[in-house]
Design a protein around this ligand. Structure first.
Ligand code: ZN
Length: 401
């Protein structure tokens, strides 16, 4: 992120402030602030406006110039903070093998991508490893740290297909089992928000139904399901598609399968990895065009080795690959992904922005406090230029480093 001065701290003061004054100003900055720009994302378009922020919330949206602003961002864009629902880690911080210290580092990093909220995402691993990880994730969620908010947990493992496992561990895959899921949810303190399932192995859709009854969103993925199997899973309560195009049976015109279902079933949200490597940008265009502005979700599926210098050997052409060439996660930053969806995948700006803001918020059921700039919602903000290069990021009204 480009560093910028913080003129709102010292606006109107020409003398060097005393330490006590700085603390008072910081307090004011933390709890009450007015910012404005000519390009604020309100009602699905960029328009001149002022945001009044206090106590971590957007208190009011005012006409541009209505009050004396603490900071005028002029023609920079002010967008809602980005939400990444599918990220496994960053720089040796790994959701599947977490420590509290690592989770705190990860949270502090996320605003450097414009991310103000995310789901800590586990992959397939042994039951013992899950039993160790979930209570740590619970602790990290329930005692919030600085930076981006961990909204909850996304379990991408272990209920997936051997045939479409991607880079996930083959030997610890299990059949979708509602009892195992509830056991995990108990250990996680109720914080599992989504789970990936190869629904073709879910007998009578008992797993999907149980998850839905416990407010866990089922995302069909790592799967060779037929179109009808996905359709039946949706009828049972499934609502999402895990990284559309990756880890699934490819589309065939006589057998549209899970990919065809992802595109054609309007009720399904579909994740797309916006790096142009996991999914060709023209495929991302197809997925985004079919899902429209309301059902596409940008994800990074970023690996814990993202930004880890020691993992450079696995990084090829902007993504991480096993020695056999299998992709195992992206190195994508979310702000870059938003720009990619708009410019490289040729999707409308509203689709690209919604994919990282209001759509994941609605999918997770947190749109009452996240995902758009509205009075009463968390003051999670991204200030950026027209290429989504970040100038400032605020989490609940607090400017991040
Ligand atoms: Zn993943």
């Amino acid at each position: 992120m480009k560093s910028t001065a913080q003129p709102c701290l010292f606006l109107g003061s020409v003398d060097k402030p005393e330490r006590g004054d700085i603390l008072k100003l910081k307090e004011k900055w933390r709890y009450k602030m007015i910012i404005q720009s000519t390009h604020v994302w309100i009602d699905d378009c960029l328009q001149p406006a002022q945001l009044e922020i206090a106590d971590g919330l957007i208190q009011a949206i005012l006409p541009y110039g209505e009050k004396q602003p603490d900071h005028d961002y002029q023609d920079l864009w002010i967008l809602p903070g980005f939400i990444d629902i599918h990220t496994h880690g960053w720089n040796r911080c790994e959701a599947g093998k977490p420590t509290l210290e690592a989770m705190r580092r990860w949270q502090k990093h996320m605003p450097e991508e414009g991310v103000t909220a995310f789901l800590a995402t586990t992959a397939t691993q042994s039951q013992r490893q899950n039993e160790q990880a979930l209570p740590v994730l619970r602790e990290a969620i329930e005692a919030p740290g600085e930076g981006a908010e961990i909204l909850g947990i996304n379990m991408e493992g272990n209920f997936i297909s051997h045939q479409f496992h991607g880079a996930q561990d083959l030997y610890t895959i299990v059949k979708p089992d509602p009892e195992v899921l509830l056991h995990y949810q108990d250990l996680a303190g109720g914080h599992i928000m989504t789970v990936t399932c190869a629904v073709e192995f879910d007998e009578d859709y008992a797993f999907v139904k149980t998850a839905a009854a416990h407010h866990i969103r089922v995302s069909c993925g790592h799967s060779g399901a037929s179109f009808d199997q996905v359709k039946d899973a949706v009828a049972a309560g499934a609502t999402g598609i895990t990284h559309c195009g990756n880890g699934m049976r490819p589309f065939h015109h006589r057998n549209p399968g899970i990919f065809g279902a992802a595109l054609n079933l309007d009720e399904l949200y579909a994740e797309v990895i916006g790096d142009g490597i996991h999914v060709h940008f023209e495929t991302a265009h197809l997925i985004g065009t079919m899902k429209g502005a309301d059902k596409l979700i940008l994800v990074t599926d970023s690996a814990e080795c993202k930004d880890d210098p020691a993992a450079a050997q696995y990084r090829r052409e902007g993504a991480f690959r096993l020695p056999d060439g299998t992709l195992f996660g992206s190195a994508l930053y979310v702000n870059q992904g938003v720009d990619n969806l708009h410019r490289k995948a040729r999707l409308p700006l509203v689709t690209a922005i919604h994919a990282a803001t209001i759509n994941p918020a609605r999918y997770l059921g947190v749109a009452d406090r996240k995902g758009s700039l509205e009075a009463g919602k968390d003051a999670d903000l991204v200030v950026c230029d027209e290429n989504i290069q970040l100038q400032a990021v605020f989490c609940k009204g607090v400017r991040q480093a």
